[in-house]
Design a protein around this ligand. Structure first.
Ligand code: GLC
Length: 780
């Protein structure tokens, strides 16, 4: 937590600073500049709003790696730009921005093309380097606020902090924690005048100082040998994210079941316990789609095995669960038990083929995790990933539907667990990667988890090619969204952690990671009934909705807290299932444009300064806003309604926005509002997502003006890629007292099951008809 204890004077070596530009060499996408001999600054225009800046003090750039998360420069369509040279500078102009490189001293500045407003411009310090490190200093304008930064604790705006990018098992994390499970060196700067994003393309240990050391200076610093960042200009946060996710990838459309409720605990310990759990859900009529099996399903924590006594017949168990509508997700950790005498194939094969990490001298590296002494696959190597993918057969053949990757920072100790050891990593000089792009752990540490998640994803894609895959990972790096969903690790059953979960997930969403969730109820510690009820309400909003709790804590299933809480849990899980068509649509949007599913208000109201620090209200998509309660004993809370008209979800009461209201929120009620001019599709409650076809689709419409495109497909296969999808455009218009809902003819080749459509206009009436896919106009 360096920003909180301040910076003590150090004897760190001084930075060398780039001085003047000597030669200019244009290339297809921009220019290369030589400064002070061979030092090279390279600027590339990849899109009208996307500039890549690289600087190498030696003139050598890191070669492109096959695992690099940013797509190659050549993949971008060539865009026009102009180069203009003057006495003082070289200007590169795109349609949207001007990049000005001042000659002496060499400094890079960015300007909005139309207004000339400067942003992210180098300060007097410019670009510097010293002994294996490179840094760059940029101006922060007074009004700038900073969001994103991947998985970060605290509230929304992260200005004034210093962040280290070094994946860590940050067990016991809190609001001051710096190094987290995931390092995502991307942020978004918003101000009333101008918005931009910056992706620091380094997997080495790196830092952002966002005005911590000096309030008006942003510092990027990496222990890699070059500076490499992508600057994204965007009128709106959505534009920035669209470009950022074009660069690093987007989520793929998940199977619909993954959007249902997931139940987990460390650990459901036996087949009998899992059967009872499943029965409880169905008997109590609490919807649930997924049961997660934590580490105890394995034989002595050996990955890709099943415990012989406690899970003797996983296939039969999963068959039974499948018949009741459950999917099973199993945990897979990277640590392989070092067990050479025990006929444990995973260890034997890995050793025989030299798949595990070794130190620089070639000695096998050991660390301690759940299975005690363990060895670790080098997921950077394609042959290792291929082997790991095949190992998943032992899970998938039993019917496992999804894979949960944990401890992949990697998390390991130097002594057996429980022996109060120290956390260690692989030696930084341990070689990793394929022979032709061999590097070392200093460069790959932050992507170890990412590459593991990639292997899991490819395992599911390859071994079960007919259905969509679900992977969940604790560790990751920028671009993790293209392989996996992410949860925020070991949170606590504390009100503060409940409160922090939404800004954390929102910042992850603003970093391109849309499929995210936190453990409902808190992982460590015991939730009170009140906390659990409030958490389930909030959890209903998480894109990934899972209840999970730690071994040794009280049971945390929804019925463990008395009937009142059980009823509240049922009500909110049911609401989640009703909202599924709306939520599924948000996943489709995220998959096609990179937008977050859960959004802070500033995402849609970036011109309203009141939203910049508003961390305790969220938008689920554009239309639905929630203002949860995060403290015990609270029955009322202030709610900010941004401009426009808002309707109370529960009562239909109408409010004019741009003001605060006091909402009544007794335990059973999480205040929720629908924006005027919205159309929200709702399905009937089901016990699991595929229980029966949606035979009634309810469109909850609020008066105002708005348009909504409903995307639908079979929710499970890849047929949508061959055109088996449908889109229906709905439009609401209001003229005086009259509300008109226009439904356009359904497009696309997928036909939903026969169903009734009920159009319900809040505060008016409802009309229904059989959905034959034709256009119609309804008046209210
Ligand atoms: C880690 C995970 C947690 C899991 C536990 C046991 O602490 O974060 O979710 O239950 O390991 O596998």
């Amino acid at each position: 937590m360096p920003e909180f204890i301040g910076q003590l004077p150090t004897n760190e070596p001084q930075w060398n600073s780039i001085s003047s530009v000597e030669t200019l060499q244009p290339h297809e996408q921009g220019i290369d500049l030589k400064c002070d001999g061979n030092r090279t600054l390279s600027i590339s225009v990849l899109a009208p709003n996307l500039i890549r800046v690289r600087f190498s003090p030696t003139g050598d750039f890191i070669p492109k790696r096959s695992w690099s998360v940013a797509i190659a420069d050549e993949k971008w369509d060539k865009v026009p730009f102009e180069i203009e040279k003057t006495e003082e500078s070289i200007d590169i102009k795109t349609e949207e921005i001007l990049v000005r490189i001042q000659h002496a001293p060499c400094r890079v500045g960015f300007f909005q093309k139309n207004t000339g407003r400067a942003f992210a411009s180098d300060t007097d310090l410019g670009i510097g380097w010293r002994d294996g490190e490179v840094a760059c200093w940029k101006e922060i304008q007074t009004e700038e606020k900073f969001y994103g930064f991947g998985e970060r604790t605290g509230l929304l705006n992260q200005r004034g902090k210093r962040f280290t990018h070094w994946n860590t098992d940050c067990v016991g994390y809190d609001i001051l924690t710096d190094e987290m499970y995931q390092a995502i060196p991307f942020f978004m700067s918003l101000s009333p005048q101008l918005n931009y994003g910056l992706f620091f393309n380094t997997t080495y240990k790196s830092q952002f100082d966002v005005g911590a050391n000096q309030s008006d200076i942003l510092q990027l610093q990496t222990q890699g040998n070059e500076l490499d960042y992508y600057l994204i200009y965007g009128q709106e946060p959505a534009t920035i994210l669209k470009t950022y996710t074009q660069l690093t990838g987007r989520i793929s459309l998940p199977p619909r079941w993954a959007l249902g409720y997931h139940q987990c605990r460390w650990s459901y310990n036996s087949e009998a316990e899992v059967r009872t759990l499943a029965r409880e859900f169905r008997q109590r009529r609490i919807p649930c789609d997924v049961i997660h099996l934590d580490i105890d399903y394995m034989q002595g924590f050996r990955v890709f095995t099943w415990h012989k006594q406690r899970f003797p017949d996983p296939k039969q168990l999963i068959n039974e669960l499948t018949a009741q509508g459950f999917k099973v997700v199993t945990i897979v950790d990277p640590g392989v038990k070092y067990d050479p005498e025990a006929d444990y194939q995973v260890c034997d094969r890995g050793l025989a083929n030299n798949y595990f990490i070794r130190d620089k001298q070639g000695k096998l590296f050991h660390g301690y995790v759940w299975p005690d002494r363990s060895v670790f696959p080098d997921f950077l190597r394609s042959d290792v990933r291929k082997w790991w993918i095949d190992l998943h057969k032992n899970l998938i053949d039993q019917g496992v539907a999804g894979i949960w990757n944990d401890m992949n920072e990697p998390a390991l100790d130097d002594r057996p667990f429980g022996d109060s050891g120290n956390k260690i990593y692989f030696p930084l000089d341990a070689p990793q990667g394929d022979p032709q792009e061999r590097t070392n752990h200093a460069e790959t540490h932050n992507i170890y988890g990412l590459m593991m998640a990639r292997a899991s994803r490819e395992a599911l894609d390859q071994l079960r090619p007919e259905t969509r895959s679900f992977v969940l990972t604790r560790s990751g790096y920028a671009g993790v969204q293209k392989y996996s969903a992410v949860w925020t690790g070991d949170n606590h059953s504390l009100w503060e952690h409940l409160e922090m979960s939404l800004p954390m997930l929102c910042n992850l969403g603003l970093s391109g990671v849309a499929f995210v969730g936190a453990d409902i109820g808190g992982f460590a510690g015991n939730a009170t009934p009140e906390l659990f009820a409030r958490w389930m309400q909030v959890g209903m909003l998480y894109p990934f909705m899972r209840g999970h709790s730690m071994i040794g804590t009280n049971q945390h299933e929804p019925w463990e807290f008395g009937t009142e809480v059980e009823d509240i849990c049922r009500q909110y899980i049911e609401l989640r299932y009703q909202l599924l068509p709306y939520i599924y649509n948000l996943f489709w949007e995220a998959a096609t444009t990179g937008v977050p599913i859960l959004r802070p208000l500033l995402y849609h109201y970036s011109c309203d300064a009141k939203t910049y620090e508003l961390y305790d209200q969220v938008l689920l998509g554009e239309s639905l806003m929630a203002a949860p309660v995060y403290r015990p004993g609270i029955e009322h809370r202030a709610v900010y309604l941004p401009e426009g008209t808002w309707y109370d979800w529960w009562t239909g009461e109408c409010y004019q926005g741009s003001k605060y209201i006091l909402a009544h929120a007794p335990l059973a009620k999480m205040p929720m509002y629908i924006r005027g001019g919205s159309i929200i599709p709702l399905a009937p409650v089901m016990q699991y997502t595929s229980e029966s076809p949606v035979n009634q689709l309810r469109l909850r419409v609020t008066p105002g003006m708005g348009r909504y495109i409903l995307y639908e497909d079979d929710g499970n296969s890849f047929a949508y890629r061959d055109g088996l999808w449908s889109k229906t455009t709905y439009q609401v218009n209001t003229e005086g007292e009259q509300v008109i809902v226009d439904i356009q003819a359904r497009r696309g080749n997928w036909n939903p099951a026969s169903r009734q459509i009920v159009v319900e206009v809040l505060g008016k009436s409802e009309q229904e008809f059989e959905d034959d896919g034709t256009a119609r106009r309804l008046q209210f």
